[in-house]
Design a protein around this ligand. Structure first.
Ligand code: MN
Ligand code: MN
Length: 283
């Protein structure tokens, strides 16, 4: 008999053998519009058994590699800083064991916890950020720790020129003004991504890669808290993830699936397939 523990499909290797460690952050306390992202990691694991471990895109199979799924953290809902510290500690442990942390959100604020750990180990790290939203507000309704501020808090650590944003199509005027001076923002699509990755790859720059799934058009992915029309398609995102994974990825996440907001389950199925392809691109 085996222990009945649900992992993401094909990610049931021993911790010691794993190159990548998955862990979930079921947290959505600062969601500005429709909550529910806290149920993302659990839904992704459960629904992953509806897809195959084999990728016809890459002719690779998850079962040929060692990925450990650590399950979900038990996070404090009332206090964002406490939750972020728990996420940071988990990522720190994974990094100190020489493995790559892969975080499943949760709302996008959870990225800050994982990034703090990565930044401590790799102070020259760059960030690749796919999102519909700029996430560059200095505060949201007075809160500095909000999913609307996550890239601004990361900028507090990295300083100018290290954050590369793609698919951005929403934010207030101040965020876009801030981006002009302080981040490398590419609006609407992946224009400029190939050139950037060539450069980062040649310099072997460590890269943290954060994918807010709401970069995808709501017609294909409506199960998210702040859907934003005019997004990219699934195949386009797959291609862009493959491109970024050619760089030296030292930490990654997907976030902002709110499974309950898409009763059809299609958004969760899409997130599962993205996660499989993302892992296979990293392995
Ligand atoms: Mn975001
Ligand atoms: Mn977003």
């Amino acid at each position: 008999m085996k222990q009945n523990i649900e992992t993401f499909i094909g990610c049931d290797s021993a911790y010691e053998d794993a190159k990548i460690v998955l862990f979930g952050a079921p947290f959505d306390s600062t969601t500005s519009f429709r909550p529910g992202a806290r149920f993302g990691p659990g839904a992704i694991r459960h629904e992953s058994f509806g897809i195959e471990t084999y990728s016809p895109y890459k002719d690779k199979d998850l079962t040929d590699y060692a990925v450990f799924d650590a399950g979900d953290l038990e996070l404090c809902f009332g206090d964002s800083r406490t939750a972020l510290t728990d996420i940071r500690n988990c990522a720190e442990t994974i990094l100190s064991d020489g493995k790559t942390p892969f975080l499943i959100g949760g709302e996008h604020l959870v990225t800050l916890g994982a990034f703090e750990a990565v930044y401590k180990k790799y102070p020259d790290v760059h960030v690749i950020h796919f999102d519909a939203h700029a996430d560059l507000r200095d505060d949201y309704l007075g809160a500095k720790l909000s999913h609307a501020c996550v890239m601004r808090r990361i900028h507090d650590l990295t300083g100018d020129g290290k954050i590369h944003q793609f698919c951005i199509r929403s934010g207030d005027r101040e965020e876009f003004l801030f981006a002009k001076e302080h981040t490398d923002m590419h609006k609407f699509d992946f224009t400029g991504l190939d050139e950037l990755i060539d450069k980062l790859k040649n310099q072997n720059t460590p890269v943290y890669f954060s994918v807010d799934l709401d970069c995808i058009d709501p017609s294909a992915f409506c199960g998210t808290g702040t859907p934003e029309a005019g997004g990219i398609g699934f195949t386009e995102l797959l291609g862009a993830i493959d491109t970024v994974c050619k760089a030296n990825i030292v930490g990654a996440d997907i976030n902002e699936l709110a499974p309950g907001l898409d009763a059809s389950g299609a958004s969760t199925a899409l997130a599962c397939k993205i996660l499989r392809e993302f892992l296979l691109a990293l392995l």
